[in-house]
Design a binder for this molecule. Structure first.
Ligand code: HPA
Length: 267
């Protein structure tokens, strides 16, 4: 049965995207790269959670990037906005129902691994999800996937290989590492960062993991890229502010655009 979100979207556009891109904090302007076919505000879609975070526009942008049919989520919803992980799962299932088979997730993150620098990109190779509720808690939605989905290849190995090659060929420095999602909204303490480092996390943020789990559950191919907007609390002796995050992301926007453009071409 068609969900009410899809029924509404189909009154506006019959565009069938194959690839979805979720744009993180400060990275929303990438949507301007599309040859736009339709734009729909989340607030107009029935029961769709609406972004309240600064710099998250909160709309679906449908269009072409080259030949490829894309839908962009220009802004996402976070647990710190008061949404449950199950609510953050809904937009991912909407993307699936629209026909999306590959999901590109992006975010701004704090670097924990000292080999990372502000402005670097990190391809996520795995995640730590145990500080958030699973988006799959509750009755299993059988039409999307199984009760106990495998998580051994969340960030698709072949896609990661292709992305590393693209970065190398385009002279873009791309690290690879493990991302941990916390709930926020407060930044972490130095002791929390020490703990996360001991657990094997290279970067920390407040998004992405719940979305990736939902996407894998419904058999989408997933890749994710963090933009290191700051070093995590306690790595260096500087207090953190959300302004640093937005400043760093806007500085890196041109390289980010280049990387995503090339990735889409290769998918
Ligand atoms: N911690 C958590 N989330 C973040 C950070 C951070 O240091 N930077 C950007 N998002």
């Amino acid at each position: 049965m068609q969900s009410k979100q899809i029924s509404y979207i189909r009154t506006i556009t019959d565009f069938e995207p194959e690839i979805a891109i979720i744009l993180g904090s400060g990275l929303g302007d990438f949507a301007n790269e599309l040859k736009i076919e339709a734009v729909i505000d989340y607030k107009d879609i029935p029961d769709m959670p609406v972004s309240t975070a600064p710099s998250h526009k909160g709309r679906l942008v449908f269009g072409y990037l080259g030949e490829k049919k894309i839908v962009i989520m220009q802004g996402r919803v976070h647990l710190y906005e008061g949404y449950t992980t199950q609510q953050t799962a809904l937009p991912i299932r909407v993307l699936r129902d629209l026909g999306v088979s590959t999901l590109i997730l992006t975010n701004a993150a704090g670097g924990i691994n000292k080999n990372l620098n502000i402005g670097d990109f990190m391809l996520i190779k795995d995640h730590i999800s145990c500080f958030i509720d699973s988006p799959l808690i509750g009755k299993n939605e059988e039409e999307y996937g199984c009760r106990f989905p495998d998580m051994s290849n969340v960030y698709d190995k072949d896609l990661r290989k292709a992305i590393k090659k693209i970065a190398y060929e385009n002279n873009i420095c791309l690290n690879e590492g493990v991302y941990v999602q916390l709930k926020g909204p407060q930044f972490e303490t130095p002791s929390e960062i020490k703990m996360l480092s001991a657990l094997g996390a290279d970067a920390v943020g407040m998004s992405t993991v719940a979305e990736a789990i939902t996407a894998v559950h419904c058999s989408m191919k997933v890749c994710a890229i963090s933009m290191i907007s700051n070093m995590a609390c306690g790595i260096y002796d500087t207090p953190l502010s959300s302004d640093d995050v937005t400043q760093a992301t806007s500085k890196c926007a041109p390289t980010f655009s280049k990387l995503i453009n090339e990735i889409v071409k290769a998918i």
